[in-house]
Design a protein around this ligand. Sequence first.
Ligand code: IFM
Length: 442
Amino acid sequence: MAIDRRTFVAATTAGLAMSAAPRAMAKAVKAPPGPFPADFIWGAATAGHQVEGNNINADCWLLENVKGTAYSEPSGDAANSFELWRTDLELAKNLGLNACRFSLEWARIEPEPGQFSVAMLDHYKRIIEGARAMGLRPIVTFNHFTTPIWFAARGGWMNDEAPQLFARFCDKAARHLAAGIDHATTLNEPNLAGLLQLLLPSGLLEADKAMAAAAAAKLGVPAFLAGNAIYQPDPVKVQANLRAGHTAGKAAIKAVRGDLPVGVSLAMLDDQAAEPGSLRDAMREKLYNAWLRLAQTDDFVGVQNYERSIWGKKGKLDPPADARRNIMGAEVYPASLAGAVRYAYEVAKVPVMVTEHGVGTDDDTIRAWLIPEALTHLKTAMDEGVPVKGYCHWSLIDNFEWGFGYKFHYGLHTLDRQTFARTPKPSALVYRDYIKSHTAGA
Ligand code: IFM
């Protein structure tokens, strides 16, 4: 897709005036917090389609390569992590992490409906066992956006059978893999497209719609809906099916291993009210609350935060003029993570796991500044009583950033796309040193 959260943010900040209130909210935390608990989970995250490469049975692969694609380039070999997963685990280990978050590729495991690949399940089992052998707790996302082509060709999450199809996949994957998993999430950012639907300029939605139509025509099916589709003919139905999918998928995983902590990872801005009567509460209700209420029955809620949103009475306000900016021009605001985490806990009332946080930028000094600042704010929230189990930085390595291809960089390590060499950026060492000096007993 040619659009992501950052496009959405850029689109919705345009042309709106900034009030004085946001400046006041940008103040730093007051007291330096104490160390993170010794059992705090420190990780870095990746996702199958974005790093593995040659994920040819996935919906995105078809979209990236269809005539009229809205993607800027195809994923191709990605970071070749399908081969180099052990190298990736070593990168995490070298940073002093005790966890790694990665996803299963449904399209590899179930390339045709009902046909499950034991070889592919074994592949993920080797990664899980390899991580454990290195002292890394595997945090496994059962589905990170991409679905098999056959699933998308049946209408994807529009299809009323989708929740059960997902649950069947979760059952098979859990039977093979659950024993070694430390924490599981069912879906990644299932609320993202619903959120984008509300606010994106229609031109961008039209490009996504046209690409889906081209894929449907190529396959000769009435509709093709990818797991990361922004244009959705019936977003309310998609959201309902995704929530049912989470519930059914979690039940399937729990039926295999009841003591495995299972949650869902949500895309969350840190929504702030600039003035009385602002749209903040209405936006929270629209964007997250149904999911956060559902998460009340989960073991934890995954929070994925990159930005804040300052809401006035009429819409989203511009950030301060002197704000540091990410590659999309949106504000990089270190306290946003703690703000999103506080709200997630306020509604979900279950422990939080930060399953993603980071910044898309070519200026690694921004990332090196963001990480310690954001973690210090996070620890302050924990000291206030918010239970946070862990933090996973997005991402371990530069990778395929969906519609933006390889031009957007979120990694703690650079990626050479010819040799697949990974090189730590200075920010990776900042993260490593922060963990070392801010963890009890480390
Ligand atoms: O790359 C994505 C990831 O797939 C989901 N969360 C946001 C990241 C950065 O845009």
